[in-house]
Ligand binder design. Sequence first.
Ligand code: GLC
Length: 450
Amino acid sequence: MLIVVGLCAQFAIAQKRIWNETETEKEKRLEWWLNDRFGMFIHWGTYALAGRHEWVKKRERIPDDAYRKYFDNFNPDLYDPVEWAKMAKAAGMKYAVITSKHHEGFTLFDSKFTDYKATNTPYGKDLLKMWVDAFRAEGLKIGFYYSLIDWHHPEYTIDRVHPQSANTQEEYDALNKDRDMSIYREYLENQVREILTNYGKVDILWLDYSFPGKFGKGRDDWGSVELMKMVRELQPEIIVNDRADLKDYQGGWDFTTPEQFKVPEWPTYEGKKIPWETCQTFSGSWGYYRDEHTWKDTKQLLVLLIESVSKGGNLLLNVGPTGRGKIDYRAEYALSSMGAWMKYNSPSIYGCSQAPESFEVPDHSLLTYNPKTNRLYIHLLDYPLQNFTLKGYKGKVKYAQFLHDASEIRITAPHGHWVKQELSENDINLRLPVSKPPVEIPVIELVLED
Ligand code: GLC
């Protein structure tokens, strides 16, 4: 009996495995991604023409024939992916992920399995191919977002996130009586095979998304296990997100994806810290939204980036290009102002992670740490007046400087005319210049004792 139970348990474990990869092999595979920290997300499809969110078809419950006008008029005459790639690079981004297909079902790539694709629009070209060539040429790593959800495919069964969503089981049964999800499943597998076969090496696959439960969909609907096995076979070095509902499968995902919120601390799974990337928008929409005005300012965006790294994570920041193929002026501004900061301060981002707990985080600041160079970075969110005390840092710091210009910051007794501030024996004090340096968030670089 015990043997049987043991065998069953072993069988169960063996089943929950997409492939055999050791922890060390996984670390190696993710090394570049963990180092690079900062990427560009791109949401682009025919919804850009509506200019009011990529979910417009669902939000307004637009039927296929009425939605068709966005396809018929899709002609991004100003599309220049080289320009996009240069903007991403200048912002300090090291990789990019584009929607090869979003929920609307339209593909930017030339697929053998559908007519609903860029090559059949007035524009007539494989937009993905042009994009891959441009981004690769700029030295950026490339990733494909692919929507598991599909609001166009006739065999995709209507569910609660579909534009034709209903209320009761009877209504769903009636809506779905002529739909066969297994045909869609095959279609999805075929298209993922296409994007992972026809465009050379793909660095990231971003599948979106599962919503199991009532009138929802999960791994069995997508055929996630088989799909992921294929993905791993076609592109063994690829890095995959965690939205195919395979959380309990080894090799079913590589990183987790907190969306549009700040994690309170480094996310864990079964008690272990896991790789993570937060995806965020500049304003409240992924697809181009003309009349949306909640744009984050430069400081908020930089804090998003720094704070992610300070908790061991990455940031994937989104642009939603227009129907003419341009990154709109607000996004362009945001990218360039982040770039202005990154130009001088990127060493506190690339190759960095959470600081060792033995370093107390000073008030109004964020810490990152580079384990290879043994340097600690203090990001000053609110620039202090002259004295900056580091509690418990005594004996740990060899040298201090501003990162942006490598100018020394003296480690010296606190300055004060009337009241002399005493340091406790474990503390050190940095003497900062009165004027805030001309960077949005000044960074102090501490060269640590070995
Ligand atoms: C959500 C949305 C989607 C967006 C994505 C980005 O899942 O459905 O529109 O593409 O998040 O993370």
